[in-house]
Design a protein around this ligand. Structure first.
Ligand code: 5RP
Length: 233
């Protein structure tokens, strides 16, 4: 089974958590897109759900599938969010934001009773940090924010390059919220809670890609089938 097929299997399993009448958060990325396709097919078959997308890309995908959409302003409390991750550990701590949607993803996930993460098994790691941690920062004072982030990170034992995310044409990546992304190449994040708290003290930081105590369930697809990790199980 290749990684694409594993993502599909994880997305299919996540459909077990979807019940008629639910208010759903729809994640962003290639794995979440497979779940959105499945929700679209279920809606075409008569499933009644209303959904909040976590990015413009997911909104466009869902709209094309005729999935009923709402906003958190209209529907501030959701039943379930299903989303992918760039990395996760056994404690269901996540690194997210590879696609740059971490802020909306975190707002939507924390507005939901339950967050289910779907991933292929390459995403499951012992220690977070091999995948560069994305941080959403305001455009104003970028260099100052970067310097402060470096200083705060080193206080909690993290160091490495912090790189301004660029598009292939050399222009800065801009999030759906009009901000920049800084990717932290730390290699290992031994204390994710401490790092998240440290970054929260930098005024230019809007949000970081560490999702801590947010995910409830992880559905991980591998060669041997599906593994479901659940907190407290
Ligand atoms: C986007 C995300 C995605 O969930 C994450 O990047 C995983 O994406 P993919 O399923 O394509 O590997 O956080 O901001």
């Amino acid at each position: 089974m290749n990684s694409d097929e594993m993502k599909e299997k994880a997305a299919q399993k996540a459909m077990d958590y979807v019940l008629d009448g639910m208010k759903l958060g729809l994640g962003t990325g290639s794995t979440a897109a497979k779940f959105v396709d499945l929700v679209g097919a279920a809606v075409a078959d008569g499933l009644s759900v209303i959904c909040v997308p976590t990015s413009v890309a997911t909104r466009d995908q869902a709209a094309a599938l005729n999935i009923p959409l709402t906003t958190l302003d209209e529907t501030p409390h959701l039943d379930l969010t299903v989303d992918g991750a760039d990395e996760l550990d056994e404690q269901l701590r996540l690194v997210k934001g590879g696609g740059g949607a971490l802020l909306r993803e975190k707002i939507v996930a924390t507005s939901s009773d339950k967050m289910v993460v779907i991933a292929d098994d390459s995403k499951l790691v012992e220690t977070l940090g091999a995948f560069p941690l994305p941080i959403e920062v305001v455009q104003f004072g970028l260099k100052s924010s970067l310097m402060m982030m470096n200083a705060m990170a080193s206080r909690v034992g993290c160091s490495g390059d912090i790189k301004h995310r660029m598009l292939e044409d050399g222009t800065p990546f801009i999030t759906d919220n009009g901000n920049f992304i800084l990717d932290c190449h730390f290699g290992r994040i031994e204390k994710p809670e401490a790092l998240s708290g440290a970054f929260a003290q930098v005024p230019g930081v809007v949000e970081n890609g560490l999702f801590l105590a947010i995910a409830d369930v992880a559905i991980i697809a591998g060669e041997e089938g599906i593994t479901t990790l659940e907190l407290g199980a």
